[in-house]
Design a protein around this ligand. Structure first.
Ligand SMILES: Cc1cc2nc3c(=O)[nH]c(=O)nc-3n(C[C@H](O)[C@H](O)[C@H](O)COP(=O)(O)OP(=O)(O)OC[C@H]3O[C@@H](n4cnc5c(N)ncnc54)[C@H](O)[C@@H]3O)c2cc1C
Length: 377
């Protein structure tokens, strides 16, 4: 049946980018086919920290888009359990300089009517009993921010689109070719099936070598390998997602602060700590990057040394009853080097959308909405 049908839109890749593109197109009453190479998709969209933090995004480019994404997550959660919960973020200052930066950030949030409150060490500890108060100088609390369970969220969204909005979904299907033929876009699958559509979106994540490889600009894109740890379940210690140290400075929003020091060396470790519903604790993340043709330079080994450093950093300000590593994993995602996103249209009707990098979870719901609105304006 699929062989003869022409869709309004085919989306290749059932990660967060492709699935949200499908949602917005379905909301416009378009017929949509989502195609995924794996039996059950399990790339970066299913392996990340699941932290939704507009507070970390650049004010010029991404802050408003992220706030809109937060509203989209909340709206979906009202309809079905997407795993979104409003747990809040707390940035923790471990020095007077960091506290100054948090005061400056707070002023920037206030100017934009974004709820944010400066907290004393005792306030921070009240929400997050694991914090060691004599090691911290204070914090800023962002009550509206949230988390999703990334292992689950995109699967649940896809299932909702299939059951409620009529999404057609094909898994275990690698797309091996894409082209425009007689004014219509077509894909060819590894089973030699040809499927037609008015538009095709390639949302293939870090897979840049297979479909239209020459259209991915090597100077604008990099591959980032990120590693995180899951600690064994323990009694609740952390209500908020905690961010501290160099991680605060890595966020694009911090770069708008007068005291931001851009001469600071970039640390591979960007510390974010989050406790999941079952009590386990995620510690992230170690990030290494390389240009897109050299992914193999990143290797395949999980670094125990990086895990030890992550834990040592966390121990400088939180005290957990258990630090046993339950599991640790890594994956590679595509990132635009200039805090942007890579989008390109080929032959008017074939579109590539990728490279939102480590802001994808926070920004893709609203960014893909703008993208689909533009496609069908
Ligand atoms: C450990 C880790 C931690 C992270 N932490 C964060 C974080 O805290 N915040 C954040 O925002 N981001 C984070 N990221 C990055 C974020 O997860 C990714 O940027 C995002 O998930 C990319 O989504 P995507 O849909 O573009 O790509 P993907 O999730 O890679 O999805 C692409 C899909 O396309 C499919 N596909 C590819 N080629 C084909 C083909 N030819 N035919 C059919 N299917 C195909 C793939 O199988 C895959 O399912 C993290 C990533 C990792 C690995």
């Amino acid at each position: 049946m699929l062989k003869s049908k022409k869709y309004d839109l085919i989306v290749v890749g059932a990660g967060i980018t492709g699935t949200f593109c499908a949602l917005h197109a379905l909301n416009k009453k378009k017929s949509v086919l989502l195609i995924e190479k794996d039996n059950s998709p399990f790339e970066s969209s299913f392996r990340n920290l699941g932290h939704i933090n507009p507070s970390g995004q650049s004010f010029a480019k991404w802050f408003d888009i992220s706030r809109k994404s937060l509203r989209i997550y909340q709206g979906l959660q009202e309809n079905f359990d997407l795993t979104f919960s409003k747990t809040g973020t707390c940035y923790i200052a471990k020095s007077t300089q960091e506290l100054t930066l948090l005061h400056e950030l707070q002023a920037l949030f206030e100017e934009r009517n974004y709820p944010a409150q400066l907290y004393s060490p005792a306030d921070c500890k009240q929400l997050n009993p694991a914090l060691i108060t004599n090691k911290i100088f204070g914090g800023i609390h962002l009550p509206n921010e949230g988390v999703v369970d990334s292992k689950e969220m995109t699967h649940r969204l896809r299932n909702h689109l299939i059951s409620e909005l009529g999404l057609h979904y094909k898994h275990n299907t690698l797309v091996v070719d894409v082209e425009k033929r007689r004014g219509i876009a077509k894909i060819v699958t590894s089973q030699q099936e040809t499927i037609w559509a008015d538009h095709i979106i390639l949302a293939c994540g870090n897979q840049t070598q297979l479909l239209l490889p020459n259209h991915y600009p090597t100077e604008l894109l990099q591959k980032c390998q990120s590693q995180i740890i899951k600690l064994s379940p323990q009694r609740t210690q952390l209500k908020n997602t905690l961010i501290s140290g160099a991680s605060v400075e890595c966020f694009s929003s911090s770069q708008s602060c007068p005291s931001f020091d851009n001469s600071l060396p970039q640390d591979e470790i960007k510390l974010t700590i989050k406790q999941l519903k079952d009590g386990s604790v995620l510690l992230g993340e170690t990030v290494r990057s390389t240009c897109i043709q050299k992914q193999s330079d990143l290797g395949f080994e999980l670094s125990m040394e990086a895990n030890s450093r992550l834990i040592e950093k966390a121990k400088t300000f939180i005290d957990l009853p258990a630090w046993d590593i339950e599991s640790t994993w890594t994956n590679t995602y595509l990132e635009h080097v200039g805090d942007g996103v890579f989008s390109k249209t080929v032959d008017d009707i074939i579109h590539i959308l990728a490279g939102m990098g480590n802001k994808s979870i926070t920004t893709s719901p609203a960014y893909t909405q703008m993208y689909i609105n533009q496609l069908y304006q």
